[in-house]
Design a protein around this ligand. Sequence first.
Ligand SMILES: NC(=O)c1ccc[n+]([C@@H]2O[C@H](COP(=O)([O-])OP(=O)(O)OC[C@H]3O[C@@H](n4cnc5c(N)ncnc54)[C@H](OP(=O)(O)O)[C@@H]3O)[C@@H](O)[C@H]2O)c1
Length: 282
Amino acid sequence: MTDQPVITVDGNAIPLLGFGTWNLTPEDARRMVAEALRIGYRHIDTAWIYHNEAAVGDGIRDAVEAGHVARDDVWLTTKIWVQHFDRDGLLKQARESAASLGFTPDLLLLHWPKTDPSFEETLGALNEAKDQGLTRTIGLSNFPSAEFRKAQAISKAALVTNQVEYHPYLKLSKLIETAKELGSSITAWSPLAQGQIADDATLIEIGQVHGKTPGQVTLRWLIQQNVIAIPRTSKESRAAENFDIFDFELSAEEMDRVHALARPDGRLGDWIDPAFQWDREW
Ligand SMILES: NC(=O)c1ccc[n+]([C@@H]2O[C@H](COP(=O)([O-])OP(=O)(O)OC[C@H]3O[C@@H](n4cnc5c(N)ncnc54)[C@H](OP(=O)(O)O)[C@@H]3O)[C@@H](O)[C@H]2O)c1
């Protein structure tokens, strides 16, 4: 791995800044993944349901062939879609994802929690996928604290991250605490609130002090909490902007000012099964 900041979970060094690929067409995903790796990103996030795993794999191969990076220096995450949570379906998709990517992923996540099949069946199958060498590590996405704890109690292997929505307009203190207690990590999806941060007066003002943009302030605020952030962009210039966050630091007061932007209705993507409830933060 490189010398950029990482969080070490169960012996795995995961770069705190990654590159997201949701909503990128295969063409854009290949171009932007190769460009992100050229810029210096060492962590790429995709999912079966994004329909771009093959393009993401091609983008990584393009960067490797151009001499910008070695495969082993890239942390690559993909996810099991909810329709594949039964044992056979999960193992079939794990094989399919690895084949599409052309690489064994470093991390395979359960995309959203479900009541049926049981956690025992799905986590058993996820562990089997790891034991069969279809992924190096396993984890979760969109699991509230209660389900995060239950899943880790069932799983033989460490669940190295829980990837959830997190940005300045959401509070996440309870889930961050749960991840710490479990020796796991949090990965922030929609870390830029899908672009909403760009016009925020507080983030603009803090940025002016440091000569940085609202996006850079936001990503810095996340990694200073030891939270992994995976911003997405279809533009080369923004990929470079979002990577340029390692030469400044937010003060404790600035961190608090960003935390104060959180609001009860700040959630952008609430697709959780109604059987589960997000941690109560308000
Ligand atoms: N596990 C899950 O359930 C889940 C759910 C959602 C997302 N994710 C993952 O998280 C990644 C990131 O989340 P996201 O894609 O929803 O949103 P995001 O990264 O918060 O925001 C992306 C949007 O912000 C714009 N943008 C990028 N950099 C910017 C900057 N510096 N200033 C202003 N605007 C900027 C992009 O537009 P341009 O393209 O025009 O630059 C794009 O429209 C996804 O790509 C995916 O990998 C996971």
